[in-house]
Every structure is written in structure tokens, then in C-alpha cells.
Write a protein that binds this ligand. Structure first.
Ligand code: 5GP
Length: 195
């Protein structure tokens, strides 16, 4: 999505440790009309796919998922990071390693909101090593739900998550795939996308 690539070039900041900061429009301050364009694009990409629910994870996935939910006209469920070591049997539970914070999070979704007849689009802001998505896929499988696709705003193509998930047969649509980025020069190169 050229609009997102242009925005990352303009406002993205490359940090040490392979971290791309897009706080000014994506995951701290949120540019809502811009999110609307991303939601529209997810809808176009997954047109014809029987999606009845969107699954994401707090916090940064929620904004993007909500706007996508408007375009798909489906509910959005977000996985919660649980602070409680006492996980009840009313929830699906998994453990997700956080790339940005370098810690493990207990993540839960109430069994009330995910079922075996759900056809899910999983949405997140970033795809790096794939831990967040694998956790959400694990939760979807615990529910017996079908993962119809995965929608990502920014994939870091030089990290392993996207390739691994695609090789497992998941349909992963990333609106921008960063191929290379350099914290010293600040340059960001994208995998060419002709859509
Ligand atoms: P993964 O689990 O795929 O390794 O990392 C994905 C999660 O880590 C995303 O939910 C995102 O919040 C965070 N993340 C990973 N890489 C970056 C990055 O370069 N910039 C930002 N802002 N978040 C990232």
C-alpha cells in the first residue's frame, strides 16, 4: 500500500535493535482517516473471504482492527494481556513473547467470544518474528475457529515471522513490507508491491 510506505518514509524513525517507530500516526498518536484507508484496503484484499470476526491483541492492534471491523461489519475481539497468574477455565490462554519489551505475557480471550464456527481475520500493527500472531493462532485453534487470513500494517520482511506463517499455509497480507532499514542513515527500503 503506497500510502503506508510513503507515510513510513516520511514519519517512521528507525531505532537500534531493528525497531521501527511509527508512534506519530500508528501506535501512539493514531491518524484515524489514515486507519480508515488501511481498513478499506484490508476489506479489498479479503473481499469474498467468509470473515465473521476480527481477532487482535492489545494494545496497538486494537485501533486498526476496529476500523477494519467497520469495513467488514463484524465484531472485533482483542486478546488481553493478563496480569493474573490465576488463569480461569473460562478463557483461552497462551503465552506470547513481546518483541519490543523482551518479556513473556499471559494472554487470554474469554471463551464467550470465540467459537468453533468463527471465521477469523487476525489483525496486528507489526509482524516481526511472528510470536504475537502465533499466540493468536493458538487461541483461535483452542476455540476450534478457522483462521481465514492475517492482516498486518507493517511487516519487517527481514525477520522470520511472515515467511514462516506463509509457509505454514496462512494467508498473510501486509500493507507494507520493510525489506531493509538502517538506524544510522535512517533509510527504509520496501519489498516491491504491485497491487
Ligand atoms: P512479533 O511477535 O512478530 O515478533 O512482534 C510483533 C509485535 O511486536 C507487534 O504486536 C508489535 O506491537 C511489536 N513490534 C515488533 N516489531 C516492532 C517494531 O519495529 N516497531 C513497533 N512499534 N512495534 C514492533
Amino acid at each position: 500500500m503506497k500510502l503506508l510506505e510513503d507515510r513510513i518514509r516520511k514519519d517512521g524513525v528507525v531505532k537500534a535493535g531493528n525497531v521501527l517507530k511509527v508512534d506519530s500516526f500508528l501506535n501512539h498518536q493514531m491518524d484515524v482517516p489514515f486507519f480508515n484507508e488501511m481498513g478499506k484496503e484490508f476489506k479489498r484484499l479479503f473481499e469474498g473471504t467468509p470473515i465473521n470476526k476480527i481477532l487482535t491483541i492489545e494494545a496497538s492492534g486494537i485501533g486498526i482492527a476496529i476500523i477494519a471491523g467497520l469495513h467488514f461489519q463484524v465484531p472485533v475481539v482483542f486478546a488481553k494481556k493478563s496480569r493474573s497468574s490465576n488463569i480461569s477455565d473460562q478463557v483461552y490462554h497462551t503465552i506470547i513473547h513481546s518483541y519490543t519489551h523482551n518479556c513473556d505475557n499471559d494472554v487470554v480471550v474469554s471463551k464467550q467470544y470465540l467459537h468453533a464456527d468463527d471465521h477469523l481475520l487476525i489483525i496486528d500493527d507489526f509482524l516481526a518474528n511472528g510470536c504475537a500472531l502465533e499466540g493468536l493462532i493458538d487461541i483461535a485453534h483452542q476455540a476450534g475457529a478457522t483462521v481465514e487470513g492475517i492482516g498486518i500494517a507493517v511487516e519487517k520482511g527481514f525477520q522470520s515471522g511472515g515467511d514462516r506463517l506463509r509457509s505454514q499455509g496462512y494467508r498473510v497480507e501486509s500493507l507494507a513490507i520493510v525489506e531493509r532499514m538502517d538506524p544510522i542513515s535512517g533509510t527504509i527500503e520496501f519489498r516491491s508491491s504491485e497491487r
